[in-house]
Design a protein around this ligand. Structure first.
Ligand SMILES: Nc1nc2c(ncn2[C@@H]2O[C@H](COP(=O)(O)OP(=O)(O)O)[C@@H](O)[C@H]2O)c(=O)[nH]1
Ligand SMILES: Nc1ncnc2c1ncn2[C@@H]1O[C@H](COP(=O)(O)OP(=O)(O)O)[C@@H](O)[C@H]1O
Length: 294
């Protein structure tokens, strides 16, 4: 029998001293962000330039959590929106995640971004779909985001034009791979999300981009892309909103009642938005939204 190879000699004391030193170095980096001596973006750039640096070893959640004013809940939401897993270290991010994080940090620092991303949201039946369709038809210079959804197409809806109609499995995959800028389950039924790559491409090409999404999605975009302009579409009156919902005739009376309850909650969130547009006349509302994209 040949002798067993000797186990590698591990100098445990040296290893633990190195671990303590690395932890201290990372703590110092966090401190420098917290005291605003260095910006989180500078720290991230160092992490990507020097893979063995303490900056590279810092978890993204620690990097973001060191920014004054960002608590753990917001950090978790931002990371979700950027498609970055909770345990990721800054130096271990892939190219797409680095780009997403860099863009986010740049925007947060009020950097030189010229992005014109407009998010249109508002209560059910206020006319979001109608105003967006008008913009699609009359303002071809605006890049209207095409959402992915798990609901089935309605008659006349075209895959890739009105929505990308995807299976539950495909939607799960898009979330897992960080392909969605935001997503939400809307009206307690189907999932809807904004594919990120076309948005990035359109913004990089200097286009004006419009997203028509629900309130939960709008909040996620505000976290992920603070430079986005959030526009809330309002009905001229509550009675008119009720008339539009009933007049559309696409929901049962029970569903209509449920949506109107949700609409009350959503209307109460209008102050979170940067701008408000009243949809009395579709063409006028569309023009006002388009003007906000420049
Ligand atoms: N969060 C989010 N909401 C979306 C997205 N696309 C559409 N929605 C919202 O999903 C809701 C349902 O849209 P739709 O299926 O066209 O049905 P309808 O509003 O009942 O006509 C609307 O409130 C849209 O604003 C998306 O990509 N993300
Ligand atoms: N400015 C408007 N004046 C009158 N009716 C409108 C106006 N905008 C939308 N509508 C009607 O209101 C209903 C709801 O509009 P829709 O675009 O489906 O709402 P949302 O996408 O916000 O749920 C539709 O029947 C639509 O034709």
């Amino acid at each position: 029998m040949s002798p067993r190879p000797a186990p590698p000699q591990v100098d445990r004391a040296a290893a633990s001293r190195a671990a303590v030193a690395a932890r201290r170095a990372r703590a110092a980096v966090k401190q420098s962000i917290a005291t605003r001596n260095r910006s989180a973006r500078e720290v991230a750039e160092t992490a990507w330039a020097e893979p063995d640096s303490p900056e590279a070893g810092l978890r993204v959640r620690e990097l973001l959590g060191s920014i004054p004013g960002l608590g753990p809940t917001r950090v978790a939401r931002i990371m979700g929106a950027l498609g970055i897993a909770d345990s990721k270290r800054t130096g271990g991010l892939g190219v797409r995640q680095r780009t997403a994080l860099r863009d986010w940090l740049t925007a947060r620092e009020g950097g030189e971004t010229t992005s014109t991303l407009v998010v249109l949201a508002g209560p059910t039946a206020v006319g979001k779909g109608t105003v967006s369709a008008y913009i699609r038809e009359h303002y071809p210079e605006i890049h209207l985001s095409v959402s992915a959804t798990t609901r089935a197409p309605r008659p006349g809806e075209i895959d890739g034009v009105h929505y990308f109609f995807v299976s539950d499995d495909e939607f799960d995959r898009m979330i897992a791979e960080g392909e969605l800028l935001e997503w939400a389950t809307v009206h307690n039924s189907y999932r809807y999300g904004t594919p990120r790559p076309p948005i990035d491409a359109a913004l990089t090409a200097g286009k004006r981009v419009l997203l028509e999404i629900d309130l939960q999605g709008a909040r996620q975009v505000r976290e992920a892309m603070p430079e986005a302009k959030l526009v809330f579409l309002l009905p001229p009156t509550w009675e008119e909103l009720v008339r539009r919902l009933i007049g559309r005739g696409t929901e049962s009376p029970e569903e209509q009642a449920r949506r109107l309850e949700t609409a009350k909650v959503e209307l109460a969130a209008q102050d979170e938005f940067d701008h408000r547009v009243v949809n009395t006349d579709v063409a006028v509302a569309a023009r006002e939204v388009v003007e906000l994209t420049s």
